[in-house]
Ligand binder design. Sequence first.
Ligand SMILES: [Mg+2]
Length: 348
Amino acid sequence: MSSETLKELGEFGFIQKIRHAAPPLLEDVLVGIGDDAAALKNTGLVTVVTTDMLVEGVHFDIRYAPLQMVGYKLVSVNVSDCCAMNAQPAHFLVSLAASSKYELPALNALYEGIYKACARYKIDVIGGDTNTAVSGLTLSGTCIGYASAGKIVTRGGAQVHDLLCVTGNLGGAYAGLTLLEREKRIFLENSNIQPDLSRYPYIVERQLKPEARVDIVAFFEKARIQPTAMLDISDGLANEVLHLCKSSRKGCVIFENRLPLHEETAAFLEEVRIAPLIAQLNGGEDYELLFSVPPQDYDKIKDDPRITVIGYITEEGAGCKLHLKSGEEIDLEMKGYNAFSENFMPII
Ligand SMILES: [Mg+2]
């Protein structure tokens, strides 16, 4: 049984297996996983829907990414987009196509990670699709979330003088990817040398098992903060700042000395001689939130260790500027992570 493939078990058998692992959690689910479609009761709230894929060889490398973590990350990246709309995630759908090299224990491990993340975010799996593929593993997640009308935040509402803020810290996931790629290369050159990741547990986890900021959405609700614009930092801070400013038709100034950096990220980047600013601005996959709030909200955020003010919004004509530690001011440029470019892609 343990070496059964998806083909042998069949999709129905596989669904029977996985549906028992995750009963619906939320009351608005009338019909959950296992029927032709899920049925949700209309709650009267605004519904947010977002989808994101993870493709083997493009977004993850199973030579160092355990499948539990790939499953966890699939949920986190989708939940993160839901949070970026200031909505509460509620339901998740997962579709996958797996080649025959993925036997059932591997797929079970993947689902273990998916369910672990869903339990963490208090969301339920209400459907999906499972297929065999000619090669590799392709995953697609869809997250459905809710918010009351008027709470939804787009990228396009920033106003002049608003404060630009980020959650958490930046560059950690990129540092983690750089470390994992380095250790993989060393292992491929000499399989007697075992990868040593023990010195940098934080950045490895930032890359392999990111967390979405559901806590910040809850904080906004509690503190009665309504961001004017928001998005999640999946493609590097520079890209996201430029997206926010373009959608809002505004400019901005951000300050190098305000960009948050975790001490472990700093230590690793120093070891490999990469300037922290590069990782912070252009490294992808931090899944933190970038948002703008009116200046009068400053008192509500200033003492929260999860939030850092990194700059402010200006008139569109002023452009998007980065104020360096040296005192020099330069234009922010779009150079970040792009799934379709060669930059930052795992070397396979
Ligand atoms: Mg996003």
